[in-house]
Design a binder for this molecule. Structure first.
Ligand SMILES: [Zn+2]
Length: 411
């Protein structure tokens, strides 16, 4: 079946062959056949079905390259502690923070986690996201890390059922066993790392439950040597490496990610010129998460301008999680990046479409040109930059994956 989306006010996409340049086509149409874009600007010719975009804006489906979509419970009760001025560390001592979510995740059934995951994914979908990376890391033992990764796979199957396209992956699981030390191993860091790398990771790899691995490299969590061991295990099992680095302190995490050939270095709030140069040399892609800076009440955002000047294909992602970055919204993240990181609207769009696709090794999506997946959203606005002008403002009238309208069908 061929469907034509007509009466598009603006169709906006990163220009083929370019990292940052954006093409804006006025008063155009988009033709979809077999889940792919078959033409732009062909009108209704050859179409069996016509849909009126009512003069709105059509954007490529956003790709959220760093999320923690699946977890049990929430941390609403921590808001009162925050209002009392308690720090992240004090909240952790009161039983809050990551360990609180670990307890709730362990207590939740796979069914409960799936429903929570669908809800979180739907929040992003309704704001234009059509592909996600999603991490484990709230189980911190064998049974519960596997439970999270299974749930992430079930999320992906839910999307496949909604679109009827079983060949296209849309939720890419990352094994984040080194997120924090599991409660059973309190006081036994090396035992925990040994267990995660020698027992859990090989099992995850054999069962093909993850495409990448990740670790939280930060004072008090995991160090450079742990990352080196993880990188070597990842290589052994053919898994890509993504790393949380330089979020709270500049401990040389960007240079470490570059040295280890990580596909992405994520966070980078504290990364200085040396780290940025190392990334530029290695080709490690920076994934910036301004929602977490805002969420933690901090004010040092990553130096996106310098990264872009060094030729790095900067990615923006939500870091959606119940604590530090409780936003599923890439439009909100772009609105922050424009104000706090001086990224232009064109750079923001590339950062959540083509650059994000590249960070996940995806070549079939991110642009609205012939041959790409028909993943897009239709917005009731007249200028595409409105998406990042308003804070939590307009939302799309419809979101499409593989040429199928999915918004509203999941939950
Ligand atoms: Zn994260």
């Amino acid at each position: 079946m061929t469907t034509a989306l007509v009466n598009i006010g603006q169709l906006v996409t990163v220009r083929p062959g370019s990292v940052w340049e954006v093409d804006v086509r006025q008063d155009t149409s988009l033709t979809v056949q077999n889940g792919r874009v078959s033409a732009v600007g062909a009108g209704t010719s050859g179409a069996q079905k016509t849909i009126d975009a009512e003069g709105g804006v059509v954007l490529p489906g956003f790709i959220d390259a760093h999320t923690h979509l699946v977890f049990g419970g929430n941390r609403c009760h921590e808001l009162a502690w925050r209002c009392e001025g308690k720090s992240y560390q004090e909240i952790a001592r009161l039983g809050g923070g990551i360990q609180c979510t670990v307890r709730d995740t362990r207590a939740a059934s796979e069914e409960t986690l799936l429903l929570a995951g669908i809800q979180h994914l739907t929040w992003g979908l309704r704001r234009g996201t059509t592909t996600w990376e999603s991490k484990s890391g709230y189980g911190l033992d064998l049974e519960n890390e596997l439970k999270l990764l299974f749930t992430i796979h079930r999320l992906e199957r839910t999307l496949m059922e909604a679109t009827g396209d079983r060949a296209t992956r849309r939720v890419f699981p990352t094994f984040l066993g080194l997120h924090a030390i599991g409660p059973e191993h309190t006081g036994d860091r090396s035992g925990y790392i040994e267990f995660m790398l020698e027992e859990v990771l090989p099992m995850v790899a054999r069962a093909e439950l993850a495409t990448s691995v990740d670790a939280f490299i930060e004072n008090g969590y995991f160090g450079h040597d742990d990352a080196r061991r993880l990188a070597s295990k990842a290589r052994e099992h053919g898994l890509a490496l993504r790393l949380h680095v330089d979020q709270l302190t500049d401990a040389g995490g960007a240079a470490l990610a570059a040295e280890l050939g990580a596909v992405t270095a994520d966070h980078l709030e504290q990364t200085g010129p040396n780290g940025i140069q190392a990334l530029a040399k290695s080709g490690t892609i920076p994934v910036l998460l301004p929602g977490s800076v805002l969420g933690l009440g901090l004010n040092k955002y990553p130096d996106a301008r310098s990264m872009i000047e060094h030729g790095l294909p900067v990615v923006l992602a939500t870091d959606f999680n119940p604590g530090s970055s409780p936003t599923p919204s890439l439009p909100f993240v772009m609105a922050l990046a424009v104000r706090q990181m001086r990224m232009t609207p064109e750079e923001c769009l590339a950062a959540v479409t083509t650059n994000a696709a590249r960070s996940l090794g995806l070549e079939d999506r991110g642009r609205l040109v012939k041959g790409q997946l028909a993943d897009f959203s239709v917005w009731p606005i007249s200028d595409w930059r409105e998406v990042m002008t308003w804070f939590d403002g307009p939302t799309p009238n419809s979101v499409w994956m593989s040429g199928v309208q999915v918004s509203g069908t999941l939950g």
